[in-house]
Design a protein around this ligand. Structure first.
Ligand code: SF4
Length: 385
């Protein structure tokens, strides 16, 4: 295996690109666009009319790190539940409206932090924009124009033949222009497609064509594995170009999983502060311990640790010592023993059976020290050897 540096850099790497300059809107207390940090969003899977279950799921999402949550609003019962949910949720609630313009007004009245409208499938939406803009302005409610390949405006489908990037962007900008005619610009836009290539092209075009903040999403991305890969690839491409202000990973999996993936994508790109990171070698014919088992046990033992700590778990003495030395904490295994490194120094050598507990013990000590030094959040200060 090729040796790579595992240590957190002493000075955080600069971002891959300057963030695209976008106008700022407020989704409740969360600033979106205009240089605000990229936010992670998800959507509840409960019936919104079941207020208890919806609030319970929102609480779980909040605990996982979700910053903005969207709830579906297909019926009057759901619309009736919005006020309570918006009031009791700890994070801003966006109402997701399809088909019925009356629910747009209900959501605004209910105090939702924003309303998502899908112009392709709201009846006579264009005729109601003036009233919607007035109500939204009166209540300080931003509107997300959420264009979706699966429900593209029929006129544009006829014009382009299918949901091309041009069609998605034209639909979004057309609807934005209707709001602009009434002086309303508190808008966020998404142009989702299930194909990352089309989606990336659509967002690039949109980013060039307007200054509205953009909500990234690969729609119907699929089951957890496929959806994670698709979203990571698509968001990675766009975010590395500075495009994107909020993200939602859509998975056919519990929404908390979407949030975890979203957070990890942002952390991988240095767009969100890093926490605990386990770096383990892939193992190979030289491994002298069961690296997978060791990595799993260390991961489980350190689960929930909030400090930005990089822990290296290496399988042998060929590359192991060099690699482990460059992490905050690490082990290089061999001959039934593990050399434990802390900040570049070997602190002890322990028998294989003691590796996990020793790493956990040392991690706790470092975490405690970080808390005392005030370095327990943000990028860690690490000695790179
Ligand atoms: S066992 Fe050693 S050589 Fe093999 S991947 Fe792990 S650290 Fe690298």
């Amino acid at each position: 295996m090729t040796a790579v540096s595992l240590g957190m850099p002493a000075v955080p790497a600069p971002p891959l690109a300057e963030r695209r300059a976008s106008r700022r809107i407020q989704v409740g207390p969360v600033a979106v666009g205009g240089g605000a940090p990229v936010s992670v969003q998800s959507m509840t899977t409960t019936r919104t009319s079941d207020i208890g279950a919806t609030l319970q799921q929102i609480a779980e999402l909040t605990a996982t790190g979700c910053q903005i949550v969207r709830v579906a609003c297909p019926t009057q019962d759901d619309a009736d539940a919005l006020a309570t949910i918006a009031r009791k949720s700890q994070i801003p609630v966006i109402a997701d409206i399809h088909f019925q313009p009356k629910y747009v007004f209900a959501a605004i009245e209910a105090g939702c932090a924003a309303v998502r409208v899908n112009p392709g499938n709201i009846k006579q939406f264009d005729d109601r924009v003036k009233e919607i803009a007035r109500a939204a302005r009166d209540h300080g409610t931003p509107i997300r124009i959420g264009v979706n390949a699966g429900s593209l405006d029929r006129r544009l489908l006829q014009k382009y033949g299918r949901a091309t990037p041009e069609a998605l962007v034209e639909s979004a900008l057309w609807e934005a222009s209707l709001f602009e005619e009434h002086g309303f610009r508190d808008i966020k836009i998404s142009v989702k497609h299930n194909d990352p290539v089309i989606m990336i092209n659509a967002y690039r075009m949109l980013a060039e064509a307007c200054d509205y903040p953009l909500h990234l999403g690969v729609t119907e991305a699929g089951p957890a594995f496929q959806g994670t890969v698709k979203s990571a690839v698509a968001f990675g491409a766009l975010l590395s170009e500075g495009i994107g202000d909020t993200i939602r990973v859509s998975l056919s999996a519990p929404p908390a999983e979407e949030v975890k993936v979203g957070i990890q994508i942002l952390r991988s790109l240095g767009l969100k502060e890093r926490r605990l990171e386990i770096v383990s070698c892939p193992s190979c014919g030289r491994a002298q311990v069961d690296v997978y088992k060791l990595a799993e046990e260390v991961t489980a033992g350190l689960d929930g640790m909030e400090v930005p700590l990089r822990v290296a778990v290496m399988g042998c003495v060929v590359n192991g010592p060099g690699e482990a030395r460059e992490a905050d904490l690490g082990v290089a295994s061999g001959n039934g023993k593990g050399q434990i490194f802390v900040k570049g120094e070997v602190v002890k050598t322990v028998p294989e059976s003691k590796i996990v507990e020793t790493l956990i013990e040392e991690a706790m000590k470092i975490a405690e020290q970080m808390e005392k030094d005030g370095t327990a959040s943000g990028e860690p200060a690490v000695t790179v050897s």
